[in-house]
Design a protein around this ligand. Structure first.
Ligand SMILES: NC(=O)c1ccc[n+]([C@@H]2O[C@H](COP(=O)([O-])OP(=O)(O)OC[C@H]3O[C@@H](n4cnc5c(N)ncnc54)[C@H](OP(=O)(O)O)[C@@H]3O)[C@@H](O)[C@H]2O)c1
Length: 242
């Protein structure tokens, strides 16, 4: 039977690498993105080429409530059942604490936390029994973040959400987990100044960033292994052990 997996923020970085590993393994994927249509089309074609499976892309900005309707309508229109949902898209907010506004705080929490909760509420009936939901948390949800208070706290909340959701998804026979990546070489990190990247590498026992493909192997394992449930799996290369 064909298995479909929805991945938010699936057109670049971690989400794209996860999508690539899944289409190569025979899954169909539905990818969401926020604004970069050009990249979304490129990702769609590349993934279709890689796996010869169905690859759909949908624009759904996680900072906007209407994106919940857009995705719900899209899945209904195409009558799509899901084996897995990967809530991967997230945003940060680097405004210094002294000038952080309530709107910025709320937007970060809406995108990282409220959006997946209320999208899941709408689409849970489409997820197969025995399926699963996987979040991209962050190692910075476990350690205190030195730059973004809103990001660090919202990712901690994602980890708490995962543990609590297990109880609410149990009646649907759906597993819920999170991966908490350390530092992964995506545009998110590549855009940082060389000096900051060096400082990060110096704190990691392996002395380097994780590649998106290495991380994607972990996502695939959690999606496919039936005994992961309520777990927050850090993938950090030994952060702080150096
Ligand atoms: N990279 C790391 O070191 C790291 C570490 C820990 C956790 N994470 C988490 O991993 C997730 C993905 O990060 P990444 O490093 O892979 O980022 P990335 O390479 O910048 O990719 C981001 C993806 O999310 C989409 N996206 C961005 N803003 C969006 C929005 N407002 N609405 C909908 N989609 C949006 C992007 O599409 P568009 O460009 O079209 O908007 C793209 O598909 C995030 O939740 C992040 O917090 C990353």
């Amino acid at each position: 039977m064909e298995k479909n997996i929805l991945i938010t923020g699936g057109t670049k970085g971690i989400g794209f690498a996860v999508a690539k590993s899944l289409v190569t393994a025979g899954y169909n994927v539905i990818l969401t993105y926020g604004s970069d249509f050009h990249q979304a089309e490129k990702a769609r074609m590349e993934l279709h080429q890689a796996g010869k499976k169905s690859v759909m892309v949908v624009k759904a900005d996680i900072t906007e409530k209407k994106s919940i309707d857009i995705l719900d309508d899209f899945l209904a229109e195409h009558n799509i059942r899901l084996f897995s949902v990967v809530f991967n898209a997230g945003i940060t907010c680097r405004t210094p604490f002294e000038s952080l506004t309530i709107d910025e705080w709320e937007q970060t929490f809406f995108a990282n936390l409220h959006f997946p909760v209320f999208l899941l509420q709408r689409i849970v009936h489409r997820i197969d029994k025995g399926g699963n939901v996987l979040f991209t948390g962050s190692l910075m949800g476990e350690y205190a973040h030195s730059v973004s208070l809103a990001y660090g706290v919202s990712k901690s909340a994602v980890h708490a959400l995962v543990k609590n959701l297990v109880k609410f998804m149990q009646p649907f026979s759906i597993r819920v987990n999170a991966v908490a990546p350390g530092f992964v070489d995506t545009d998110w990190q590549k855009n940082k100044p060389a000096e900051i990247r060096k400082n990060i590498e110096n704190k990691i026992a392996l002395g380097r960033f994780c590649s998106p493909d290495e991380l994607a192997q972990v996502y695939k394992m959690i999606i496919e292994n039936n005994y992961f449930n309520g777990e927050i799996i850090p993938v950090s290369g030994g952060y702080s052990y150096r």
